[in-house]
Design a protein around this ligand. Structure first.
Ligand SMILES: [Fe+2]
Length: 255
């Protein structure tokens, strides 16, 4: 990561600090998430033997991917894109406006990777560097989202208060539409998420068809993310169909 970019990013984040120097819990979590996504991106670039130009673009795009989260929370008091603003588009617009990438040959690749990081699918025809940056950010982001869910399960009283999980009911069976989309390797429509089990199953679906690089699937396995979800779904009483989806993911890991 270029030093000046890191300094620019840090200075921007600092503008959201309170008089006592803290960011507040929600923004602090986003900053930590971002730094973990950067670490994941570095791992992916190293293990996939990226060319130097791909590595730099991927790591810088990881740093910038959620730039808009600070303004989103400050303006709307919410991270819910559906009811506020597309935070990836906002991140792209801010980075462009600040001129942080001006003069760099890979500026457009990084901006595109930032703008596309939350899309269901990437458009066809992206060039080599954009593809590396975009796919890396998407994998690195998901790998940290796995960690975030496990952290929330461990630290919240989700049985009585599922605010951390969109207030989804905890005792409802998985939506058959979610199960069949995952089995077919298709992306799930967020409007089909009707239960906590669906929320967890979507992440199992990422392990089947949502991680682009082999190293990302390996990291997910090594970090125990599938095992955690399998156990948690059993705890939720999500049933045999959910277990079958977990088995599919386990098979994907072995293949
Ligand atoms: Fe994001």
């Amino acid at each position: 990561m270029t030093k000046s970019l890191r300094a620019n990013y840090q200075a921007y984040v600092d503008t959201f600090r309170r008089p006592d120097g803290t960011l507040g819990d929600m923004l602090e979590l986003k900053l930590r998430h971002t730094m973990r996504v950067v670490s994941n991106a570095r791992l992916i670039a190293a293990e996939e033997h990226f060319a130097e130009d791909e590595r730099v673009a991927a790591v810088d795009a990881a740093l910038l991917h959620d730039t808009g989260r600070y303004e989103q929370l400050t303006r709307f008091n919410s991270f819910n894109d559906a009811t506020t603003i597309d935070h990836a588009a906002l991140s792209h617009d801010l980075v462009l406006r600040f001129g942080w990438l001006d003069g760099r040959a890979d500026a457009q690749a990084i901006l595109d990777a930032v703008r596309l990081h939350n899309r269901k699918e990437l458009p066809a025809g992206l060039d080599r560097i954009t593809t590396a940056a975009a796919q890396t950010v998407r994998d690195a982001d998901k790998l940290d989202i796995f960690r975030v869910l496990e952290n929330l399960v461990a630290t919240t009283d989700w049985r009585t208060d599922s605010r951390a999980f969109w207030n989804l009911p905890i005792d409802r069976q998985p939506n058959p539409r979610v199960l069949s989309a995952i089995r077919a390797g298709e992306s799930v429509d967020y409007s089909d998420i009707l239960s906590l089990a669906d929320f967890v199953l979507i992440q199992v679906g990422w392990m089947i068809s949502g991680l682009y690089y082999p190293v990302s699937r390996r990291l997910a396995r090594e970090r125990g993310h599938l095992a955690f979800r399998r156990k948690f779904l059993a705890e939720l009483g999500a049933g045999d169909a959910a277990e079958q989806v977990c088995r599919l993911a386990a098979c994907e890991f072995l293949c």
